[in-house]
Write a protein that binds this ligand. Structure first.
Ligand code: PHB
Length: 424
């Protein structure tokens, strides 16, 4: 099999890349380990920065997001029993966010690519990459793969043979546990890791929303977050021991904990509903440098992970592939490598800033139970400052709605316009 860009991983990074490349007349093949049905029904995070939502809309895949997603004009920060709202458009010159599940974004992209004859091979596991430092890198893969989430293992149909895709470029969009990153040689790869001494207990609830906008709360017992998925489905989280087990948490205990952490002096109450999913999310910051080696380019979680407190994960993936798509477009139209050569540096500037923001939000909003009160009091003072100083609220707001895209070298307004107009 031959293609221009071989994409390992059909999540948001891989699919936005494949979509942007198609609009610029560049062919790709996407390999996705899971089945289409599993990807489309696994609930993931769901906050889109202003610029991410704009990109989807401008490239013709924002229609359902605009119809079924919810635009949010702010978030609430809660501490000391009081809630404070940050008004994003007011603080950032009109910018806002969209709450629309990651799996919905991917579902829209699968539909768009398949309708245009795009090639996505589901249940296909990349088994290795080779010739990355030649003009014809190759991806080996096997079809009929099944991920056993319990064992964390990939199984294959007994008769699945190894196949190979020869490409001009390989995009490693296969997430934190994917194989791509390991092909950046160890002697040039630096991995920055920070783990946090807590996790998030997440629940999905059938029922109406308790609040119009997200609530991030710091309470003596720990962090809590009220988010949403749709008018009928709510997503809530609370800080927990990362080694805890969902079986330790019967529904009643969950509601008691959430109620305690979210209580306000104004008598606000949390609306309960049927809990139909419980999971524990690990909290980690991770950055791999560089994000490129030879003709392999990493994008999204394959290269970096942020804790979910800043809602940046999917947005960073989209920002990466936006740069990559510009670089590949420039390469194929003029033979110029400038954007591709600067890919890692361009992306990492944004990645480090988003990592700083996610780390800062996480540090401000969680209880570090093994530390003394001094730290907790500083966190409360910081929240007081952030919610009472216009300069400080503006700083949070501009990071939350998304910092402006770094212009990639040569990524002219003209270039961006081409991607937008190709969709009409
Ligand atoms: C979510 O709705 O899943 C969500 C929202 C905001 C966050 C993280 C997760 O910061």
């Amino acid at each position: 099999m031959r293609t221009q860009v071989g994409i390992v991983g059909g999540g948001p990074a891989g699919m936005v890349l494949s979509h942007l490349l198609h609009l610029r007349g560049i062919e790709s093949v996407v390999l996705e380990l899971r089945s289409r049905q599993v990807v489309e029904t696994t609930v993931r995070a769901g906050v889109l920065e202003h610029g991410t939502a704009e990109l989807l809309r401008q490239t013709g895949v924002g229609e359902r997001m605009d119809r079924e997603g919810a635009v949010h004009h702010g978030v609430n920060l809660q501490f000391g029993g009081r809630r404070h709202r940050l008004d994003f458009p007011e603080l950032t010159g009109g910018r806002k966010i969209w709450v629309y599940g990651q799996q919905e974004v991917v579902k829209d992209l699968y539909a768009a690519r398949l309708q245009e004859g795009g090639q996505i091979i589901f249940e296909a596991a990349a088994t290795g990459l080779r010739d990355l430092d030649t003009p014809t890198p190759k991806i080996r893969f096997r079809r009929g793969a099944q991920l056993d989430p319990e064992a964390g293992e990939i199984r294959f149909h007994a008769d699945a043979e190894e196949e190979e895709i020869t490409c001009d470029f390989v995009a490693g969009c296969d997430g934190y546990f994917g194989v791509s990153r390991s092909y950046i040689p160890e002697d040039v790869r630096k991995e920055h890791v920070r783990t946090y001494p807590f996790g998030w207990f997440g629940i999905l609830v059938e029922g109406p929303p308790s609040t119009e906008e997200l609530i991030y709360a710091l309470h003596e017992r720990g962090f809590a977050l009220v988010s949403t998925r749709s008018p009928e489905i709510q997503r809530l989280y609370f800080q927990c021991d990362p080694h805890d087990d969902v079986d330790n948490w019967p529904d009643e205990r969950i509601w008691e904990e959430l109620q305690a952490r979210l209580e306000t002096d104004e008598g606000w109450t949390l609306k309960k509903g049927r809990i139909f999913q419980k999971d524990i999310v690990q909290m980690r910051s991770f950055i791999c440098e560089p994000m490129q080696h030879g003709r392999l380019f990493l994008a999204g979680d394959a290269a970096h992970i942020v804790p979910p407190t800043g809602a940046k994960g999917m947005n960073l993936a989209v920002a990466d592939v936006r740069v990559l798509a510009s670089g590949l477009t420039e390469f194929y139209t003029s033979g110029d490598n400038a954007i591709l050569d600067a890919y890692s540096e361009t992306c990492l500037r944004r990645v480090w800033k988003a990592s700083r923001f996610s780390w800062w939000m996480t540090s401000m909003l969680h209880r570090f139970h093994d530390e003394d009160d001094f730290r907790y009091r500083l966190q409360l003072a910081e929240l007081d400052y952030v919610t009472s100083s216009r300069a400080a609220s503006t700083s949070l707001a501009e990071n939350y709605v998304g910092l402006p895209m770094e212009p990639a070298p040569g990524d002219t307004a003209n270039n961006r316009g081409r991607a937008a107009s190709a969709s009409t």
